[in-house]
Design a protein around this ligand. Structure first.
Ligand code: F6R
Length: 244
């Protein structure tokens, strides 16, 4: 628990930087699983600062993002492909071709094969060393909404209405919020060697409590992380205020 979101984000950035450097020293690739949304914005800003001011290099980094709306063009204002370029990829030295964000333009009949290929790419890269997560107000991780199966893989999902409402601020109006998304599955997340879930603000306090102290259940997907062998929640004091 950190005093503020910025403090927590700095700590996570330090952890990522240490991992990248350790992998560099071992001449290995560092595979990161990344999230979008408001939660990781400070983290990405801090990683960009570490690159610019402290010489942190991303040349040995490969990244896989959790999710993307479907359908959506990659340059749409709300696209997670665009978000990642604007927040991180355009500002660091990660080689083009080393970062993957699900493609919201894949024709529907090809989505199943596309998602299987996404999983294969993660495995071919050596698996995710460190997965960054946010948490939805309903406990979703990635876009794995309540009821998502522990064995779920990357797939096309229907967004909960509560998720569409929470994300409506990004769109001109509610009717334009996509109903579908491509998301990495719970099992995809579970296979990561190390998981860091971040949450900031009083509006996340209730769901953080349910995820950490509640019964582990697929009705609160983040609570399934209680069984992960190497998972940490990094939260600010506001998000911690309901913890007992
Ligand atoms: C986004 C993602 C989602 C968000 C969650 C919280 O890639 O995977 O699970 O992390 O919806 O969103 P924010 O951070 O906007 O509160």
């Amino acid at each position: 628990i950190y005093p503020t979101a910025k403090d927590g984000s700095r700590a996570v950035a330090q952890e990522i930087a240490a991992l990248i450097k350790a992998k560099q020293a071992a001449k290995e690739t560092c595979v990161l699983g990344l999230a979008t949304g408001s939660t990781p914005k400070y983290l990405y800003a801090e990683l960009v600062r570490l690159h610019r001011e402290e010489g942190l290099s991303f040349r040995n980094v490969v990244t896989f993002n959790l999710d993307e709306y479907y359908p959506i063009e990659p340059d749409a204002l709300q696209s997670y492909n665009r978000f990642m370029k604007e927040q991180l990829f355009n500002h660091v030295d990660i080689p083009e071709g080393n970062y993957y964000v699900p493609d919201g333009t894949v024709p529907k009949e090809k989505i199943k094969a596309y998602c299987e290929e996404y999983e294969r790419k993660i495995e071919a890269a050596g698996g995710i060393d460190l997965q960054i997560l946010g948490i939805g107000n309903n406990g979703h991780i990635g876009f794995n909404e309540p009821g998502s199966n522990l064995n779920s893989h990357t797939r096309l999902v229907t967004l909960d209405n509560s998720t569409r409402l929470a994300n409506a601020y990004e769109f001109p109006n509610m009717s334009q919020v996509p109903r579908l998304a491509i998301t990495a599955g719970i099992s995809t997340i579970y296979k990561a060697k190390h998981v860091l879930l971040m949450a900031w603000g009083t509006h996340k306090a209730k769901i953080v409590r349910r995820a950490v102290e509640g019964h582990s259940s697929d009705q609160v997907p983040a609570s399934l992380l209680q069984q992960h062998p190497n998972c940490k929640f990094v939260i600010d004091e506001q998000a911690a205020q309901e913890l007992t």
